[in-house]
Ligand binder design. Sequence first.
Ligand code: PT1
Length: 277
Amino acid sequence: MAAIDCAGKNLDLSHPCVMGILNVTPDSFSDGGDFLGPGNALLQARRMVEEGADIIDVGGESTRPGAMAVSEQQELDRVIPIVSAIAAEFPIPVSVDTSKAAVMCEAVAAGAGFINDVMALRAPGAVDAARSAGVPVCLMHMQGEPRSMQQNPNYQDVVSDVRAFLASRIEACVAGGIPKDRLLLDPGFGFGKTLEHNLGLLKELSVFVDMGLPLLVGVSRKSMIGMILGGNPVRERLYGSIAAAVMAFERGASILRVHDVRPAVEALKVAAAVLGR
Ligand code: PT1
């Protein structure tokens, strides 16, 4: 897989890419809002860059199960100052984790080079915003909405249902003027899925690789890891998260979205050496 241009900064997909998570929410599921405020966020970004992150994902709206939506102004106030500070200080691209058209536009104007949307551009104006922004976009699958998505996840066949959804979003984006080569895909681990659904998706990840677009995978510290480990709390899910990230890479994922950058970078270097890629 070649490099992609993120508003002038390159993301080289010929090696496993690590996306470092930077939550600027007071209610994030695993940081507890530790990084709220521009000072702390910048320190955390600096640490992730030193540890080898290839891209930093800045999010101002939590999308963990049960999370509540935030207003557009609230999200802009949280995200924009941090996006501009990080984009100015570091040579790596900044991703904005948002579903709102206005946040996409303002973040890219502030220096973001990548849009990560858990709604796959289904919100009003999002396709147009992403097209004008002209940066790569990750389309993620979610069943329902964060507040209630874990209440009754239901699929005929999780792998083919998620695949059909992603195919229809690719079509909608291309119809809306976004070139296909600017799109990435993500099956959305933990977004309206039981443990069985998540395991099925990870096991069959190559089905999504076969869609011909780069794959992004986020499993870091999620409840699927906690459940497999017999109920480990969020802070005790590192080793399980690394195992899942390595298996996703082996199955063809290009970008791994993680909280713990150094462990992921080292594990993926070993995996890449063994796999010869
Ligand atoms: C993800 C992702 C994301 N995850 C992309 N963006 C989150 N592209 C935010 C749990 O089960 O996987 N891919 N942005 C975080 N969301 C969750 C979901 C956090 C589920 C925790 C869980 O614990």
